[in-house]
Design a protein around this ligand. Structure first.
Ligand SMILES: Cc1ncc(COP(=O)(O)O)c(C=O)c1O
Length: 408
């Protein structure tokens, strides 16, 4: 039985809470987590939800209750994870380019830390020596991922310690007596090709002899999820098997019994989310019928930032004849969600839904044009819960310090 949120329910929620509105179905998250653990059941795998994708506390609590661990990319995400009930032992902190003070806070909180620069590794060694284990985020020089903006492992990427700098890593390890407990690589997002993950595994295998204290090999996140009808995601069963075989091989050939860590973001929360919007205006341009909706890149930036595709559906007039539209936002920039997109005939007031909007949707939002962040609703079984109120004017004024004008 499908656990997807029905269009009737989305319409009812839009009527109750207004639009724009994010709706998340946690039963879908549960199903995704189950599929993940089943695919990797033969591997010594541990999963850390990359919470940058969606940090609402109620969603985090659900993921904690599933038994999944969590990966944080800022110290504030770690504070949210603690609030949601993750113990420090279940929190991984994989940073990039952060100041050392955040790493010190992470250590004080008892989190597992992956460090991504020689500079911070040196500071870490000077502060803690071998008393606190640490992981290394590496740059493998692999081009992978859906597009350059979400590709993090290539040779010009800002992320990670380049693998050609292993001599310097070893010098720091020896100078400080560092206990390197993990190696980490995240090549990018929307990685469909299993070979990319296995290429990373081979890089790890080659490095193993240099790191006697390893506990985990972390292959990051980035499993491809289908956004278009004809798209296919990463073959998780095949990846699970390849990873199981690889770790068994390491044990047999190198006598190293290690854990395989993963940091899925989109895989867990993308499909659970819908972004529900309303049509404000329709304009006829010389080459297109333009549908203006009551949101913009302030609420969903992926299409403008990454040229990302989201399926859009007219759920208030689904039986209308298919016509081609350009769907735009109401922000004072060119915030185009879709061009030449076939939709069931759109009228002003219709409700348009974006599918697969759970990951990096609300989370990348801003107050640009002094617009509000939308409300968020969680659905679970037959129940609906408002899990974040829509902003109001006070939220725009909050933290502003008013200085009276003085014209001289
Ligand atoms: C270090 C790290 N791990 C995991 C992820 C999650 O990626 P995805 O949502 O594609 O699974 C990201 C995404 O940016 C990341 O930077």
């Amino acid at each position: 039985m499908s656990v997807q949120t029905s269009d009737a329910r989305l319409l009812a929620l839009a009527a109750e809470h207004g639009t724009p509105l994010y709706v998340y179905n946690v039963d879908v998250i549960s199903a995704q987590y189950k599929a993940l653990t089943q695919a990797f059941q033969a591997a010594p795998a541990k999963f850390f939800y990359a919470c940058k994708a969606l940090t609402n506390l109620s969603i985090l609590q659900h993921i904690a209750a599933l038994g999944c661990n969590i990966d944080c990319s800022s110290i504030n995400e770690a504070h949210l994870a603690l609030r949601a009930g993750f113990s420090p032992q279940r929190i991984l902190y994989t940073s990039n380019g952060i100041g050392f003070a955040e790493i010190q806070t992470a250590v004080a909180l008892g989190l597992t830390v992956n460090i991504d620069s020689l500079s911070n590794l040196d500071k870490f060694g000077a502060a803690y020596g071998g008393t606190y284990p640490v992981g290394l985020r590496l740059r493998p020089n692999i081009m992978a991922g859906g597009n350059l903006k979400i590709s993090t492992g290539h040779a010009n990427s800002k992320f990670g310690i380049p693998i050609e700098q292993m001599d310097q890593v070893q010098a720091l390890r020896q100078a400080h007596g560092l206990r390197i407990a993990g190696l980490h690589v995240h090549t990018g997002s929307e990685v469909k090709d299993l070979a990319v993950f296995m290429q990373v595994a081979e890089i790890f295998a080659a490095l193993l002899p240099q790191f006697p204290d390893l506990v985990y090999l972390d292959m990051g996140g980035g499993f491809k999820v289908p956004y278009k009808d004809e798209e296919v995601g990463t073959d998780m069963a095949a990846l699970g098997k390849a990873v199981a075989d690889f770790f068994a091989h390491l044990e047999k050939t190198q006598g190293r019994k290690l854990e395989a860590w993963f940091e899925p973001g989109k895989y867990l929360v993308s499909a659970c989310g819908h972004f529900v919007t309303s049509v404000n205006v329709i304009k006829e341009n010389p080459t297109a019928t333009v549908v203006g909706i009551n949101t913009g890149f302030n609420n969903l930036i992926r299409p403008m930032f990454y040229d990302a595709y989201h399926r859009i559906r007219n759920i208030s007039h689904p039986q209308g004849p298919l016509q081609s539209y350009t769907v735009v936002g109401h922000i004072c920039e060119t915030d185009t969600f879709a061009t030449d997109r076939p939709l069931a005939q759109v009228r002003e007031g219709d409700v348009l839904v974006f599918d697969n909007a759970g990951a990096y949707g609300f989370e990348m939002g801003s107050h640009y044009n002094s617009r509000f962040l939308p409300a968020q609703v969680m659905v679970r079984g037959e129940e609906n819960f408002l899990i974040r109120k829509r902003d109001q004017l006070d939220d725009l004024l909050h933290n502003q310090i008013l200085i009276a004008p003085k014209i001289s």
